[in-house]
Design a protein around this ligand. Structure first.
Ligand SMILES: Nc1nc2c(ncn2[C@@H]2O[C@H](COP(=O)(O)OP(=O)(O)OP(=O)(O)O)[C@@H](O)[C@H]2O)c(=O)[nH]1
Ligand SMILES: [Mg+2]
Length: 315
């Protein structure tokens, strides 16, 4: 396939075109992804998540500069409508990001957060595969750690960085939002502000409470001032260290297998769901839901009927 050949040769235009094709034309996606899949699996995928405004994009930008200085290529997927990567940010932030966009070794893609939960996860995974095949060594996925789907996307990465900012009680919020347990690395950004030490102490305390005896990786807690690039190099080192740990412990293989499993399940779910909806008569779904609400029908019987009408009786 011509476009996949060009991608594998490092053609950035081909990468952008492939992403659009896969995103907008569901009928072409399986064929295209099938062709590039054998050339994926090399990149280190890093999820960066945390509450709005903690400095995730700034941090990713600074990390990218450091990694580029080491000669590696970087991909950035911003699952985030307000990210400076996709505009709508302060001028200073935009200027910082522009430096990156002129670098041939950096590829930035923004994902719209519209659409279904599973759809977003699938689309993000597909974009990551294109970047992987393009030859990006490290791929960042920035998501806002506020919704379930974004947390799921971050979780699919090899390494998850949870960014908190001091003084917002972020650490406690992070636990409530389920961010705490997915973190491989904590970054307390905006360390130029008051309360950074307190945030580190709180996270340390929480880690002590939550760490099980058998755990071999204790998430490091690093302080950064992303706007000045301070402390960022230590984060790059910690990312590499975590990747080393994953490889040497066998976790990498396990994570990759889990991700593949999740992907296949999601594809099947979407396909079955689509098939089912396409075979329903006009208004049938709504009528059925009303009958369930009125207790004329129970959910199990309804599901059974729907599966029958879609031709998947499970028999
Ligand atoms: N004081 C200070 N401000 C920072 C630091 N890092 C980022 N900021 C500022 O914080 C604001 C938010 O930064 P972003 O990088 O856009 O944060 P984000 O987490 O990506 O935000 P969302 O994507 O909207 O959730 C910007 O105005 C940054 O300039 C820092 O270390 N110190
Ligand atoms: Mg952002």
């Amino acid at each position: 396939m011509e476009i996949v050949k060009r991608l594998l040769a490092g053609d950035r235009k081909a990468a952008a075109r492939l992403m659009s094709l896969i995103e907008n034309d569901a009928s072409q996606a399986p064929r295209l992804l099938g062709a590039l899949y054998p050339h994926t699996g090399r990149a280190h995928i890093v999820g960066v998540t945390g509450f709005p405004g903690t400095g995730k994009s700034t941090l990713v930008g600074e990390l990218t500069k450091k990694i580029r200085a080491q000669g590696e290529k970087v991909g950035i997927v911003a699952v985030d409508p307000t990210s400076p990567f996709s505009g709508g940010a302060l001028l200073g932030d935009r200027i910082r990001m522009q430096e990156l966009s002129t670098d041939e070794g950096v590829f930035i893609r923004s994902m719209a957060t519209r659409g279904s939960l599973g759809g977003l996860a699938r689309a993000t995974g597909d974009v990551v595969k294109v970047l992987d095949a393009l030859g990006q060594d490290l791929i960042f996925i920035e998501t806002v750690g506020a919704g379930q789907s974004e947390v799921e996307i971050a979780r699919a990465a090899h390494t998850v960085v949870v960014v908190v900012a001091p003084g917002l009680g972020d650490e406690i919020q992070a636990i409530k939002a389920g961010l705490f347990e997915i973190a491989d690395l904590f970054v307390v950004n905006k360390a130029d502000r008051e309360g950074a030490e307190g945030a580190v102490a709180t996270l340390n305390y929480l880690l002590d409470m939550n760490q099980a005896d058998g755990d071999r990786w204790r998430p490091p807690i690093l302080k950064t001032i992303a706007i000045r690039g301070e402390g960022v190099e230590a984060v790059v080192d910690a990312l590499k260290e975590h990747l080393g740990y994953l490889k040497e412990s066998g976790q990498l293989e396990l994570k990759n297998r889990e991700r593949s499993e999740g992907e296949v399940k999601r594809i099947i779910e979407e396909a079955l769901w689509g098939r089912l909806l396409s075979r329903l008569k006009e208004g049938e779904w709504e009528r059925m839901m009303l009958r369930i609400a009125d207790r004329e029908l129970d959910p199990y019987t309804a599901a059974e009927k729907l599966l029958e009408s879609s031709g998947d009786t499970g028999k």
